[in-house]
Design a protein around this ligand. Structure first.
Ligand code: NAD
Length: 247
């Protein structure tokens, strides 16, 4: 893959960058010549990956404002791009979702995106620099999502939010887009292997016949983070094995 820009090294922050989709994107970004900050709550995993791909590691908890502000304050300048991949949720039937699970799911998936996007945007505006933000949403964002209603709602809210942010921040040359993955094999989805019924149900919803690989997502993520997509904002790029058009 060619360098992301022709006019110097891009500074890219990847939250949730130590594992799964974020880690795959971080590795591709570093290989493409970007200066990558692998930002994750798992400091050890972030450090290990950063060492392997020639990136910088930073521990962050995207649920906390002070932690997110410390991440962006630690950068030498405003980032050129931000990928918000930190997210996820435990499965629970809708009748069993309690106050804690519901609120924590929003705090991580919606709040984490909001906090990071807003903090990065403030710095980019202060430094009069363009910024490309890409959020990792989910094909479940519009439901139905058996066992993940709370997660679907949180991702749905993040999709609403990103469209609003895209509109408000366009004048500052800040673009906000989302990648919308279907079910992708990552450490977060290992439970599929212990529940054959769940795996079968997931696969039956995929017209293209298989679950996703992180490599299915990275080209679209890199394009949205790159200046090549400079005329794209407020968009959802769906990479889901056809889940959204399943009969
Ligand atoms: N894998 C899928 O099938 C799938 C489908 C749709 C959407 N997604 C979304 O993609 C994103 C990445 O998922 P994944 O499958 O790669 O999961 P993953 O568990 O492999 O990676 C998530 C990373 O986020 C980090 N993280 C968790 N909480 C954090 C916090 N509070 N602060 C900072 N970092 C934190 C974890 O340590 C981990 O490294 C998530 O937002 C997830 O909801 C995944």
């Amino acid at each position: 893959m060619s360098p992301l820009t022709t006019d110097g090294q891009r500074l890219v922050v990847v939250t949730g960058g130590a594992s799964g989709i974020g880690a795959a994107a971080a590795a591709e970004l570093a290989a493409a010549g970007a200066a990558v900050v692998v930002a994750d709550i798992d400091a050890e995993a972030a450090k290990t990956l950063a060492g392997q791909i020639g990136a910088t590691a930073h521990r962050v908890d995207v649920r906390r404002r002070d932690s997110v502000e410390a991440l962006f304050a630690s950068l030498p300048r405003a980032p050129d791009a931000l990928l918000t991949s930190a997210g996820g949720a435990a499965r629970a039937a809708a009748l069993d979702v309690d106050e804690t699970l519901f609120l924590e799911t929003f705090q991580l998936n919606t709040g984490g995106f909001w906090r990071c996007a807003q903090t990065a945007a403030k710095r980019a505006i202060a430094e009069k620099q363009p910024l490309a933000i890409v959020h990792v949403a989910s094909s479940l964002h519009a439901g139905p999502a058996p066992g993940l209603s709370h997660f679907a709602a949180a991702k749905g809210a993040s999709v609403s939010l990103l469209r609003c942010l895209a509109q408000e921040w366009a004048e500052h040359r800040i673009r906000v887009n989302a990648i919308v993955p279907g079910p992708v094999e990552t450490p977060a989805t290992r439970s599929w292997d212990t529940d054959p019924g769940l795996r079968k149900a997931i696969e039956s919803q995929l017209p293209l016949g298989r679950t996703g690989r992180v490599s299915d997502l990275t080209p679209a993520i890199l394009w949205l983070l790159d200046e090549a997509s400079e005329w794209v904002t407020g968009s959802l790029v769906t990479v889901d094995g056809g889940r959204s058009v399943a009969p």
